[in-house]
Write a protein that binds this ligand. Structure first.
Ligand code: ADP
Ligand code: MG
Length: 650
């Protein structure tokens, strides 16, 4: 392991041609060679047949006792047999289709071979002869057929000659965790001496990878925390307390702690870079709102960035409700009329607006603030780093709060958001009744319709989630139109409204408005409702073809209901065919804990798929697996933090 890395062309036996082959499997530098580890190990230590298990693949040695015999069959098939004396046991050895071995098997001579042992018949089904006397472990590399493992191992050999190993785990850490020097660990992985040493080597490399990564995160963290007296928001605590007292409910403990975290950041001379994580309905918006008010007490501005127009409308409305006329709030989106937009921009520049809620429209150059001192980015994973940066560049005091309603398993939270401070809201506001979830088959549709009817008859609203139009032709899914007509037939078109991804923005907004104003109680839609809509009157959600979704998405969808003091229901409609789908349905019906679900989701899908898309910036490790190696990850993180803090004290 060296920094900087060198090209594989510097290695013995690697010319342009071989280098090209290696490049096709992602190996360009010497470090790549060193870290391209075997995918399997075969133990070739010679075993005593007396100890060997029936059916085991083993290496044995002994003396050939008979002339080898060959029988040839059709299609070039053949069988080679002979007897050998392995430490006093007389066994019959058979090699299929390797007639050329005959010349190496000489009656009376010593031989070593690898094969499958049949204890009952005292036979060995030979796989190969072993010529070198090294014994021990035999490695196989994942090389996608570009070369033989043996050839690659030679390249590895010369990599060890050329590499300098100027990066390593500090000696005290190695001693503390009983790790090997990185050079020895890598060598052991490529040229294994025993199972135990290889295990230790693997543990060392995992630690190394995770620790390096954590140090890098700490570095990044330091870069993003800019220090300046200017970032201090010296808000009026008395006025803020007065405002909190006017809220119609008591904050939960987690909400209080989150408010404290954020307010503490505001008072510090370091730019805020905090993630507020909380399940749907846990009350993140009010937490953010309180902090917006804190900024208002010094007469400065806040901005809320959301990924969609629907969310913008909704946040705008809920901030209006929260603040009444205590704050001047405006909304800016792609569909704001030019004249209105000019006015808003003017007032934003003058400082007449305290809080602006907007979509990507906020990034644009003509958006200028008087003093933007607090920026909130909702569903932050839906924005690119550059986009977020563009808004932050407009800030007078750089304090950014990111919000996410996706509960993230702790392992992923450490690896993906390790550079942020994190506040968690785990507890739900008091008085919430857990959502009752059930799983139905398609042929139980009448039950489903009746249960929706029971709720609608009480004056409550219902979400019906139907498969995307695009998908319906290729996958045998119930089309959104088909589902719509089933509900229309039952309830009449006065009650049901349809929203799907192919509608124009105005149409969609009008439809959503009809649902939100309770004019229409039943909304049939594709997953456009997934992000953040809030209609507390809704008490049921039916998800058709629920097996299409991962646990996290199902949980997000379910979170659309249960937003009031009324009991709510979630019905998953699915003919779940696979075990995995069944398991998901069962997990969904057994828990409403978003954090628990996210852990399960991670286990089932693996870290790569967890966020659905690759844009999550999840690190790729060669040996470490963040779900499996969680404990090493934790330790590496704590050590990295400690090391980093020591260093920055100097
Ligand atoms: P989130 O944004 O986390 O999904 P919201 O902020 O939209 O959640 O809150 C959901 C609902 O709960 C809102 O109607 C909000 O007014 C209400 N709420 C928030 N905090 C509390 C609380 N501590 N007690 C009672 N209701 C609350
Ligand atoms: Mg600050």
């Amino acid at each position: 392991m060296q920094s900087p890395d060198k090209s594989v062309l510097e290695l013995k036996g690697v010319g342009e041609k071989v280098a090209e082959k290696l490049a096709t499997i992602g190996i360009n530098g010497i470090n790549d060679v060193l870290f391209h580890l075997p995918s399997s190990y075969t133990d070739q230590s010679v075993v005593d047949l007396n100890q060997a298990d029936n059916g085991a693949n083993i290496t044995v040695e002994g003396t050939v006792k008979t002339e080898p015999q060959i029988a040839f069959f059709r299609k070039g098939k053949s069988r080679l047999t002979f007897f050998m004396d392995a430490n006093g046991i007389y066994v019959k050895v058979t090699f299929f289709n390797q007639p050329y071995l005959k010349k190496n098997i000489v009656n009376g001579e010593f031989i070593r071979l690898y094969g499958k042992f049949n204890r009952h018949r005292l036979e060995i089904n030979g796989q190969k002869l072993i010529y070198d006397a090294s014994g021990g472990m035999y490695v196989k590399y994942p090389l996608a057929g570009v070369m033989q493992s043996k050839t690659f191992q030679k390249i590895v050999s010369s990599a060890f000659e050329v590499a300098t190993f100027n990066i390593d785990i500090a000696e005290d850490l190695r001693a503390k965790y009983k790790l090997m020097p990185i050079k020895d660990a890598l060598y052991e992985m490529h040229f294994p001496s025993s199972q135990e040493s290889t295990d230790l080597a693997r543990r060392t490399i995992k630690f190394f990878e995770l620790y390096k990564y954590q140090l890098m995160i700490m570095e990044k963290r330091q870069l993003e925390r800019i220090r300046s007296e200017r970032f201090i928001v010296d808000y009026d605590i008395q006025r803020l307390k007065g405002f909190i007292d006017t809220l119609p409910f008591e904050l939960t403990n987690d909400q209080k702690m989150s408010v404290n975290d954020i307010c503490r950041d505001l008072k510090q001379n370091i730019s805020m870079h905090r993630l507020l994580q909380g399940d749907v309905g846990s009350g993140k918006t009010i937490v953010a709102g309180i902090c917006v008010y804190a900024v208002k007490t010094i007469g400065e501005q806040s901005a809320v960035m959301v990924p969609t127009e629907v969310l913008a409308n909704q946040h705008y409305q809920s901030f209006l409700d929260t603040f009444k006329d205590r704050l001047v709030i405006e909304k800016l989106t792609g569909s704001t009329k030019p004249k209105e937009k000019r006015e808003i921009l003017e007032r934003l520049k003058n400082g007449e607006i305290d809080l602006i809620v907007g979509t990507h429209a906020l990034f644009e150059d003509d958006v200028v603030f008087n003093k933007l001192s607090f920026t909130i980015i909702d569903e932050q994973h839906r924005f690119g780093v550059k986009q977020r940066q563009r808004l932050n560049d407009k800030a007078y005091r750089k304090n950014v709060l990111y919000m996410t309603a996706t509960p993230i398993p702790r392992t992923l939270s450490i690896t993906t958001y390790g550079d942020m401070d994190v506040s968690l809201i785990k507890e739900m506001p008091a008085g919430r009744i857990p959502i009752e979830t059930s799983w139905r088959r398609f042929n139980e549709i009448d039950d489903v319709l009746n249960s929706v009817k029971a709720e609608v008859d009480k004056g409550h609203s219902a979400y019906i989630v139907a498969p995307l139009i695009e998908e319906s032709e290729t996958l045998d899914l119930k089309n959104v139109y088909e589902i719509y007509s089933v509900f229309e037939e039952k309830f009449g078109d006065d009650e049901v409204i349809l929203v799907h991804g192919r509608m124009k923005a105005e149409e969609k907004n009008a439809a959503m408005a009809a649902f939100e104003s309770l004019e229409k109680p039943i909304l049939v839609s594709t997953t456009v409702i997934e992000v953040g809509i809030n209609v507390p009157n809704a008490t049921s959600i039916v998800i058709f073809n629920a097996e299409r979704f991962g646990l996290s998405t199902l949980h997000q969808l379910r979170g659309r209901v249960g937003r009031s003091d009324k009991k709510s229901y979630c019905v998953l409609v699915s003919d779940a065919a696979t075990d995995n789908a069944k398991l998901r349905m069962e997990i969904m019906t057994s828990t409403t804990d978003g954090f628990l679900l996210s852990e399960r989701d991670l286990e089932m899908r693996g870290p790569g798929d967890f966020f659905g898309v690759r844009q999550s910036g999840l690190p790729q490790f060669k040996v470490a697996d963040i779900t499996e190696d969680y404990r090493i990850l934790e330790v590496a993180r704590l050590e990295a933090i400690e090391r980093y803090e020591k260093k920055s004290l100097k």
